[in-house]
Design a protein around this ligand. Structure first.
Ligand SMILES: Nc1nc2c(ncn2[C@@H]2O[C@H](COP(=O)(O)OP(=O)(O)OP(=O)(O)O)[C@@H](O)[C@H]2O)c(=O)[nH]1
Ligand SMILES: [Mg+2]
Length: 504
């Protein structure tokens, strides 16, 4: 098995770049990322290579670390045991217990045995540092035990993830029987996404039964599953801690790999720090985008508020306009009615040729000295004058009704119906207001001394028509005023309604 430690494209960080990113975090008020960047800079110059063991609980991580140390440094067992991150370095045997925030105080320095007691008691701690005589690690190697992860425990997953910032190499330890499980693949995928060198370890290979399945086809299935999940890894190893001399146990390969990695730590360390800083930057951007999304949503909501305000303003304006329209309506209706009546009256032809003829006959009968027949009495003449007047009057009335009265009644009714309800009252009102052509109108302007010329007849007819139209005009004004009064009363109620709406 060739173990390529680091690919050419995996270029490490440059300290000044890292410092720039750190300063950016400060500028962006991202305190935790700033602290992390500081830790990473320190780590980058510290020269230690941290090898993390991650995986599902009871996969055998702690047992593996103990085996690598050649002694039981960590508690292990069939029930989930590792509750937090433990780092192991080679050195004078001792342990440093970093207690949880609630248990505030200085880190507790204890012996390895005391540590075992402390852990057995189930005492709380946030992290543990252990030193023991571990030749494999030399001066620069650090082993990191992480809590077992299962799909239901986000806390452990997060603890593992935050510990991963400090990890340079990740060993993903799996129980032989759980390799293909969804949660296992999912977690492996999240680790591979960091970009840190990832080694897959199928532990408990002693559980493999050759008579059921060849190791080759088992590993083939495993590799396929990892490929499907697009999990990139540097190597795949099978181990057994229970059966040291198991034919498939690659324990010695693992040990030599660790040794090799530690000896090539410098580029690996730089690359790992780059991965972590990139990861931190990605997470910052993600959080920033999320907060921007919230900001955007808030703004959109506010914009929604602005829209609502604009809509309200528009509605108020609308109400104001309605009020104005309501106030103006009666006047508008009146003036429109007047205008239409004026047009109608101007176009009405009250004195067509036959009416003019009758007017001529009538006018001639009104001349002084008019006499009917030679020997007849004044009674006959008076009778003839009456007949001519009536003929003219009747025809003029007929013409006026056809030309003005009927049209004006239609016009007024239409106007009333447009703005309010039509009723018999309006009919009576029209009857009362609209004039009728009175005999008096016909006779009043007659000049008995005038010569009944064509011009005289035309002038007479024009004046008569103007008088009739004038009387209708006055009637229309009266009707329009009545309509306006009614509409004003109705609009007063609507105006009140509009005022209330506006106040609301
Ligand atoms: N058959 C077999 N059992 C193993 C092997 N390695 C570990 N075990 C057993 O698996 C159980 C869990 O081992 P641990 O080392 O505590 O596992 P862990 O991954 O540290 O577990 P957590 O810390 O709880 O996440 C123990 O009972 C071990 O004895 C192995 O290679 N083969
Ligand atoms: Mg453990």
């Amino acid at each position: 098995m060739t173990l390529k430690l680091i690919a050419e494209h995996e270029i490490g960080y440059n300290v000044s770049e890292l410092a720039q990113v750190r300063d950016r975090f400060l500028e962006w008020n991202d305190e935790s990322s700033f602290t992390l960047a500081e830790d990473l800079i320190r780590k980058g110059t510290g020269g230690e290579l941290t090898l993390a063991f991650c995986g599902h609980f009871s996969a055998g991580k702690s047992s593996m670390i103990n085996a690598l140390c050649g002694k039981k440094v960590l508690p292990s067992g069939p029930v989930p045991t590792s509750a937090n991150v433990v780092t192991i370095r080679s050195g004078e045997p001792r342990a440093l217990i970093h207690r949880s925030a609630a248990d505030s105080g200085e880190p507790l320095t204890v012996t390895i045995d005391e540590l075992a007691e402390y852990c057995k008691e189930g005492r709380e701690y946030s992290a543990i540092e252990v030193w023991d005589n571990v030749p494999l690690l030399g001066e620069a190697g650090v082993l990191m035990d992480t809590p077992g992860v299962d799909s239901t425990d986000d806390g452990h997953r997060l603890a593992t993830h935050s510990a991963l910032h400090m990890a340079d190499i990740v060993f993903y330890v799996m129980d032989y029987n759980h390799v293909q499980s969804e949660s296992n693949l999912m977690f492996a995928k999240s680790l591979s996404d960091w970009g840190k060198p990832l080694y897959l370890i199928v532990n408990q290979i002693d559980k493999h039964r050759d008579d059921e399945l060849t190791l080759a086809s088992y590993l083939n299935d495993v590799k396929k599953a990892f490929a499907q999940w697009k999990i990139t890894y540097k190597g795949l190893l099978c181990t057994s801690l229970k059966v040291q001399d198991h034919p498939y146990n690659q324990w010695e390969t693992l040990k030599s790999l660790i040794g090799e990695l530690i000896s090539h730590r410098e580029p690996l360390l730089q690359y790992s720090v780059s991965c972590s800083i990139r990861h931190a930057a990605d997470q910052h951007v993600e959080a920033y985008t999320r907060s921007h999304q919230e900001e955007k949503e808030r703004l959109l909501e506010e914009m929604g508020g602005e829209k609502a305000a604009a809509a309200l303003k528009a509605r108020l304006q609308e109400l104001e306009d309605q009020k104005l329209a309501e106030e103006l309506l009666p006047e508008v209706v009146r003036s429109e009615l007047r205008k239409e009546a004026d047009t109608l009256l101007a176009n009405a032809n009250l004195t067509p040729a036959d009416v003019r003829d009758l007017s001529l006959s009538f006018l001639e009968s009104r001349k002084s000295g008019f006499k009917v027949g030679f020997l007849f009495s004044g009674g006959k003449t008076e009778e003839e004058r009456r007949r001519r007047l009536e003929a003219f009057h009747h025809r003029l009335k007929e013409q006026t009704t056809a030309q003005i009265d009927w049209h004006l009644r239609t016009l007024f009714r239409k106007s009333v119906e447009q703005h309010t309800e039509w009723s018999a009252n309006w009919e009576s009102l029209m009857d009362a207001e609209l004039p009728t052509v009175q005999e008096d109108m016909i006779t009043r302007t007659v000049n008995p001394e005038a010569t009944v010329s064509g011009e005289y007849v035309l002038n007479y007819n024009r004046e008569l028509a103007e008088e009739i139209k004038g009387s209708y005009r006055r009637a229309v004004l009266a009707l329009a005023d009545r309509l306006m009064a009614v509409l004003t009363d109705a609009s007063a109620v609507r105006l009140l309604e509009l005022e209330r709406q506006g106040a609301e």
